[in-house]
Design a protein around this ligand. Sequence first.
Ligand code: SF4
Length: 428
Amino acid sequence: MRFFVETYGCQMNVADSEMVTSMLIQAGHTPATNIDDAQLIVFNTCSVREHAEQRVLGRIANEKHRKQQNPDLKIAVVGCMAQRMGKRLMELESGVDFVFGVDQYDKLAEILANDSPIQNHWTEMDNEQVYHGILPTRLNRHCGFVTVMRGCDNFCSYCIVPYVRGRERSRPASDIVKEVEEATLEGFRDITLLGQNVNSYQNEGMDFASLLRELNQIDPLWRLRFVTSHPKDLSDNLIQTMADCDKICEHIHLPMQSGDDDVLFRMNRGYGSRHYYDLITRLRTAIPDIALTTDVLVGFPGETERQFENTLELMRQIQFDYAFCFKYSPREGTAAAKSTDQIPEELRLERLQKTIDLQREITLHKFRSQIGKRVEVYVEDFSRKSHEQVSGKTRDFKIAVLSGTSDQIGSLVEAKVIDATAGTLICL
Ligand code: SF4
């Protein structure tokens, strides 16, 4: 069977799609070069915001015409939305044939091989599931994702993740080390470790800092990154490890969410604005050139104008290199969705726009402050605009574009920044 996987959502989903691809290949199926050529379409879905779910439902509905032309075409939905909606996805007359929750991907190949499976939805949660021994088929040729843990125990009051991805569990350190080593043998030089809260990694007597120190010794590796960190679990030991290990890049993504203590408390984030600011200070003291990126969530139930201003103020004080800004989206089953003081959609949008505008200004300033500096770029591909230019990332996670040829793809290049937009460094 030729299959095509379409992925929505975060990097965890990208990594899961790479794993699903491996499972299907191992079972004798072949990746289709494009969706038109597929006999099986797998939608790997996201539930974090209502908009993300609506988008996928729209996409699946669009594929119904394909099924009319080709009645043998199968559609499978996997991922967080499959976990959350389960059988209901099939009751929407969406043309969906199979639904697999996040802990049931290993059933996919077996079920597809069966002409008349007795069941078409598999959404049981398995809090032990770490997909032991499955090496992903990576989509990017140079930068790879390695999942170190699955699930989350934090229950932030706005977040659906713990309900759809289950309890936190860490993969054995020996499996992770082996997977990173194998990735370097395939030519990957930039590895990002993934988990909902990597700072609470714990397995085989190793915490996250010790895991990083071990991975830092894998020689063919050039760059090591990780996402996502949680401000309540980011220890001084981890900060020191980042400073000590030459392969760990000078960048951290540390979701702030709000700059107001009362809102942070009601979000169940487990830290206050002072703690967050102190962490930033400690990071900048230990790693002076560190780039900081964050997530900001505005319009949380009950957020007053003053509390929203506190968020903008903390963003001004910290000056993040980049911020992913979101408006609150109620998710059925979470504590915040039951709150009676929901902020009107119009006001949420207005606050979101103000947050985006502020951050765009800061990001532009941050990127332009790089002009004149020399940066190390790991060249990943041609630039989107021209085959006379190549693009890649700096150690501090900025996209850089420079004149170059295909020979440079997959290598480290030192370049001088001559201009910048709020998203790209233009280099020479
Ligand atoms: S840490 Fe909070 S926001 Fe992140 S996945 Fe867990 S519950 Fe969701």
